[in-house]
Design a protein around this ligand. Structure first.
Ligand SMILES: [Zn+2]
Length: 424
């Protein structure tokens, strides 16, 4: 089935689906990019200064866009009011999220009521990839407050007659599992490592019946986690890419699972300084943001954009699997190691339900949490880490601990604890 994102974008572009091409999208995006620049230059003190001397009307192509400076979270953190384009009274939602840096700073992202409306619309079309009218949907994420992920999904899907229960993040596995058994969802949405832990828990507490699909969101999705969930639950596993800065929603994969179909009518995505394979840092420019426009915002995620047609029939560029976050990577004995690679090696072991990792110049220290009564196979794990992730000379220390509950305060976007961090 062709991704439902394509017909939605064709409708937004006002053209028939059959005649939609990547070029039609680019023309639309360039116009909205200029509109975003004009608005930011007129209303945000930060961009007034940044865009001084830029001839906005001359920005016509993706190459022209490269003349404009990127924006990083270092520009944003502590400096949010200089980005603000509306009076404080018009701000409807403020999300405070940790920065990806190591010093625990936080950044605030502002939204007007209207700013989050396009996300509701996107979720509706994104969920059409796998949801059916009347489905029961369990959301193991972000609460019931207005504007939260749970609330946004609930509002998006109510026209489809979907029965949604928003449980919030999983901390207590036994409690979350009882909810799955009582509610009997067709579809579960959650954070990768939390759903993976729940899948491991379900092995000895009764596998679920009827979970048809799982949507993983808000973090890198290691292949081992996808495979575990689909093997144990027999569910098809989809992933969503998004962040607060993109208005939560960003892109969703399709039944071909070959990358994220992006909400390209609401944002411009580009790869900065791509290497020979096309990988580089993803930057996004959301369109039409009233409260806080962000221009060429550096996400810190290393990714690649594919312009090949998708096997599902989609014709627009897709964001390929995220290779990892720069801030979640370190050099060990000179080699760059991404947390997502380490996670993939650890979660291949079904006993592993959580992981903390500390890194030094020449060593990797892992604390792997397991369910009560279970153990990981250390030799196998060492073998996987040595085989293709760490250089031979690196020291690896593995500790194990039984997990009772997930720490509730931890950000779903975990960071590698590094004694020496290298983000170059
Ligand atoms: Zn597709």
């Amino acid at each position: 089935m062709r991704t439902p994102i394509d017909p939605w974008i064709a409708a937004r572009l006002g053209i028939p689906l059959e005649s939609m091409k990547a070029e039609s999208l680019t023309a639309y995006q360039m116009e909205r990019f200029r509109e975003t620049l004009r608005y930011a230059a007129a209303h945000s003190p930060f961009y007034q200064e940044k865009l001084r001397g830029i001839d906005i009307d001359a920005i016509r192509t993706p190459t022209d866009i490269q003349k404009i400076d990127t924006t990083s979270e270092r520009d944003l953190a502590g400096n949010e009011n200089r980005f603000l384009c509306v009076s404080p009274g018009s701000v409807d939602r403020i999300f405070t999220v940790p920065t990806t840096g190591t010093h625990g700073e936080r950044k605030r992202i502002f939204f007007t009521r209207g700013d989050l409306v396009p996300s509701v619309e996107f979720y509706y079309h994104a969920f059409l990839t796998f949801i059916q009218p009347g489905d029961r949907l369990l959301v193991l994420m972000g609460g019931t407050a207005e504007g939260s992920v749970g609330d946004t999904i609930d509002r998006s899907l109510s026209p489809l007659g979907v029965i949604t229960q928003v449980y919030g993040q999983v901390t207590d596995l036994a409690d979350a599992w009882r909810t799955v058994q009582d509610f009997k969802p067709d579809v579960i949405v959650g954070i990768p490592y939390q759903v993976a832990a729940l899948a491991a828990w379900s092995r000895s507490h009764g596998l679920p019946e009827g979970v048809r699909c799982v949507l993983l969101s808000a973090d890198d999705v290691p292949g081992a986690i996808r495979e575990r969930i689909s093997r144990l639950w027999g569910a098809e596993v989809y992933s969503h890419y998004g962040m607060t800065e993109t208005g939560l929603a960003g892109g969703v994969d399709c039944c071909a699972h070959r990358g994220y179909h992006l909400r390209s009518c609401d944002m411009y995505a580009e790869i900065l300084d791509p290497d020979e394979e096309g990988f580089g840092e993803l930057a996004v420019t959301p369109f039409g943001r009233e409260a806080m426009p962000l221009i060429r915002y550096r996400t810190g995620d290393i990714a690649r954009i594919s312009t090949d047609p998708c096997p599902c029939g989609g014709v627009l560029p897709r964001l390929e699997t995220i290779r990892g976050r720069l801030s979640n990577s370190c050099r060990i004995c000179g080699r760059r190691v991404f947390l997502s690679q380490v996670e993939d090696a650890v979660y291949r072991d079904e006993a592993a339900v959580d992981l903390e990792c500390a890194v030094g110049e020449d060593h990797l220290q892992l604390l792997v949490r397991t369910l009560p009564g279970e153990q990981i196979d250390r030799e196998m794990l060492l073998g996987r880490l040595r085989a293709d992730i760490l250089p031979k000379e690196a020291r690896i220390v593995i500790e194990e601990e039984t997990m009772q509950a997930f720490p509730s305060a931890r950000s779903p976007k975990k960071h590698m604890q590094a004694e020496q961090q290298d983000t170059k």
